[in-house]
Design a protein around this ligand. Structure first.
Ligand SMILES: Nc1ncnc2c1ncn2[C@@H]1O[C@H](COP(=O)(O)OP(=O)(O)OP(=O)(O)O)[C@@H](O)[C@H]1O
Ligand SMILES: [Mg+2]
Length: 292
């Protein structure tokens, strides 16, 4: 594991890309800031300030940080749902100006079409693009099995539990095998066992398709288990405060959770997040600057 520092930021170690990371960069967020307009006549809110982060091809970056620090906002800007006010986001060197099929998003809560069955929700992407059924059917069936929803193909979302709906959303995103997978606490609603299975599945598929993944979670164990790099965001306005490379080969299984690498890094990440959470109360609403 390596640790690098960015001079001048809170005197805290901060890494955005390891200098020896040889892979081709897929997503590059450069000096990005994001403001939200004032709510009810208050001050505009600086959600993210001068954030720089890159994600390589075949790299999973897990993002952890206190609630309200700007994780979802960052994801939305990379997805093209929100525009940066300063800086830019590049995808394979081209500036992102809106959503595109090269990026799939898995939201915190299921975003399914209520009038479509499970099967039609999962296969929506290829069907909309006019891909012939034989080209996606086999893989869609495999994914249906992987997310333990075989037999529920004809159900509608309202006939599923929250966790099952989330698994449909995950299968839909994985079927698309996009270059970039943006996941916002995707496994938060799943039971523990399903969550472990989904983590292993995601890692296997991501390795197979050489996807770049931004994975937001509040679960530090999950972040370390899945990631090639764990990034901790500061309290709002969000920046990357610390990044640690996780070297263990992938795909990993549950035994990694008892490895010396895992046990060494977990307290470092937990402590860094905790420092940010415990200073939240000292931040003003508009800027996040500490009160004097
Ligand atoms: N559309 C919006 N309009 C105004 N303020 C917003 C908007 N979206 C987010 N914010 C503010 O931006 C800040 C960052 O929000 P964001 O949802 O990115 O946090 P988060 O890190 O994802 O938090 P959580 O872990 O709770 O999901 C918060 O203070 C939030 O109130
Ligand atoms: Mg969020």
């Amino acid at each position: 594991m390596r640790l690098e520092t960015e001079p001048g930021f809170d005197s805290q170690p901060s890494v955005f890309r390891d200098s020896d990371w040889q892979e081709e960069v897929r997503v590059e967020v450069r000096g990005m800031s994001k403001w939200f307009p004032s709510v009810a006549g208050g001050e505009p809110l600086l959600a993210i300030q001068d954030l720089t982060l890159s994600i390589a091809v075949n790299e999973t970056v897990a993002l952890v940080g206190p609630s309200g620090c700007g994780k979802t906002t960052l994801l939305n800007v990379i997805a093209g749902f929100e525009q940066a006010d300063q800086g830019e986001v590049l995808l394979d060197g081209t500036r992102v100006t809106g959503p595109g099929p090269d990026r799939a998003v898995v939201f915190q809560s299921p975003a399914l079409f209520p009038w479509l069955t499970v099967w039609k929700n999962i296969t929506l992407g290829p069907r909309k693009r006019g891909v012939p059924k034989p080209e996606y059917e086999g893989r869609a069936r495999d994914l249906l099995t992987a997310v333990a929803l075989t037999g529920f193909e004809k159900h509608y979302p309202y006939q599923l539990s929250g966790g099952m709906q989330q698994r449909v959303q995950i299968a839909r995103a994985l079927l698309e095998a996009p270059d970039v997978l943006l996941m916002d606490e995707p496994f938060g609603a799943l039971d523990y066992q399903t969550r472990l299975l989904m983590q292993e599945l995601l890692m296997k598929l991501a390795t197979k398709f050489r996807q770049s993944i931004l994975f937001i979670t509040h679960d530090v164990q999950e972040a370390i288990f899945l990631a090639d790099r764990v990034c901790v965001m500061s309290r709002r306005p969000g920046r990357i405060k610390l990044a640690r490379r996780i070297d263990a080969p992938k795909p990993r299984d549950y035994r990694f959770l008892n490895s010396s690498e895992f046990l060494e890094i977990e307290p470092v990440i937990l402590e860094t997040v905790r420092e940010e959470v415990t200073t939240i109360g000292a931040a003003s609403p508009a800027t996040g600057e500490e009160r004097q």
